[in-house]
Design a binder for this molecule. Structure first.
Ligand SMILES: Cc1cc2nc3c(=O)[nH]c(=O)nc-3n(C[C@H](O)[C@H](O)[C@H](O)COP(=O)(O)O)c2cc1C
Length: 368
């Protein structure tokens, strides 16, 4: 049904316009009490066996919405209504910014992929903090806040920019993510090098602790799939050293070669980050490597090319306590999160594991 609709309507529209249209419908539906209650009852995860404790937070299920879809925190309840059990808003930057010129989002339909060079278009930390502060939550969803560097801020001042966002947003975040892995802000990914990442994460941790004293806001870092293996290990070691709560693996890739892409060459060569199915293998590989290194000391969040319940299950077995998705939502439609949770519950039931937590990293432990 959705696929027919996608081909007839969304596919003929500019991808960013289609995003805004879908987004408007989700927000509208979430404003109608009867409709949202009905949809949430039908789509929210309700399988007891999927109840998850991660980052000190209780969740109904492990599957959530990756950053970038709801950059300004305007549709948290709408996404929760569709069955995403956590919603990561952002990336939010210290100052508001328009992002890159359009056209900046491309659909690679034969590859079930997207390329984006949005460039952190967002309303900035002040506006988003105000929105979160005045939000009257309908659904009790975990809200992650993903922060990044303002483009106009010099690289030398990056830490201060992240600290500004932290001071404004940490009070409203169930967890906070330092994004150093988007390919669309010049120099951002250089912050993944441990010499740059250590002071950045230390400063954000301090700012979060000074701003929010009643609880400890969990802090995670989101990394790129394009890091060399030794750099992944270095980030893993740093996470353990700093007592970081989690690592999100992965963001989009700048790679194109060797991914077997079938879309038109001109599209494939668009500048930006590639997401969706072609990213699956590398994201899974990065996750496995991280789990082999950190084990249960750091919570891992698996994202990148997750298209269905089987993919999500493979992420769990590879070490992910939480799993996220974005691109497949565009191709699979509004019942996607529900089908992932449902399929995960079915897999867990027929697996040798008593709980989802027992399954986390099981494949990696077996191989060791
Ligand atoms: C259009 C678009 C915008 C994105 N914006 C962000 C962002 O602002 N911050 C971020 O950390 N990740 C962003 N991402 C990356 C996703 O959160 C995710 O890590 C990546 O797309 C891989 O997951 P997927 O294959 O399920 O899409 C964006 C992805 C897409 C497709």
């Amino acid at each position: 049904m959705y696929k027919i609709f996608f081909n007839l309507v969304f596919r003929r529209m500019d991808p960013e316009a289609a995003h805004h249209l879908a987004f408007r419908w989700i927000r509208l539906a979430a404003r109608v009490p009867v409709l949202r209650t009905f949809l949430a009852a039908a789509l929210a995860p309700r399988h007891r066996e999927l109840r998850t404790e991660a980052l000190g937070l209780r969740m109904h299920g492990p599957f959530g919405l990756a950053a970038g879809f709801d950059k300004n925190a305007v549709a948290i309840d709408g996404m929760a209504m569709l069955g995403f059990d956590h919603v990561e808003i952002g990336t939010v930057t210290g100052q508001p910014q328009p992002g890159n010129p359009k056209k900046r989002l491309f659909r690679l339909v034969p590859d079930r992929a997207l390329i984006n060079r949005m460039g952190f278009n967002n309303e900035g930390s002040l506006a988003v903090a105000a929105r979160l502060a005045s939000r009257e939550a309908v659904f009790r969803t975990v809200v992650g806040v993903n922060i990044g560097k303002t483009k106009a801020v010099a690289e030398a001042d990056a830490v201060a920019d992240y600290v500004t966002s932290t001071e404004r947003l940490a009070p409203h975040a169930d967890y906070l993510v330092v994004n150093v892995s988007s390919p669309n802000t010049p120099g951002l990914r250089d912050l993944q090098a441990t010499e740059a990442l250590r002071p950045l994460l230390t400063a954000v941790r301090e700012a979060a602790d000074l701003t929010v004293t009643a609880r400890r806001v969990p802090l995670l870092v989101k990394i790129a799939p394009d890091l060399a293996d030794e750099d992944i290990d270095a980030v893993a070691d740093l996470a353990v050293e700093l007592g970081l709560d989690g690592i999100i693996a992965t963001n989009t890739t700048i790679a194109r070669e060797g991914l077997g892409l079938a879309s038109e060459p001109a599209l494939v060569q668009e500048t930006g980050g590639l997401s969706g199915a072609p990213l699956k293998e590398r994201s899974l590989e990065v996750l496995r490597r991280l789990y082999a290194r950190v084990g249960d000391r750091v919570t891992l969040v698996g994202v990148g090319g997750v298209e269905n319940a089987e993919d999500a299950w493979q992420r769990v077995l590879a070490g992910a306590t939480l799993v996220q998705g974005y691109s497949a939502f565009v191709y699979e439609g509004p019942f996607w999160a529900r089908s992932v949770h449902k399929g995960l519950a079915a897999r867990l039931r027929t697996s040798p594991y008593a709980t989802l937590a027992d399954a986390v990293g099981a494949d990696v432990r077996k191989a060791a």
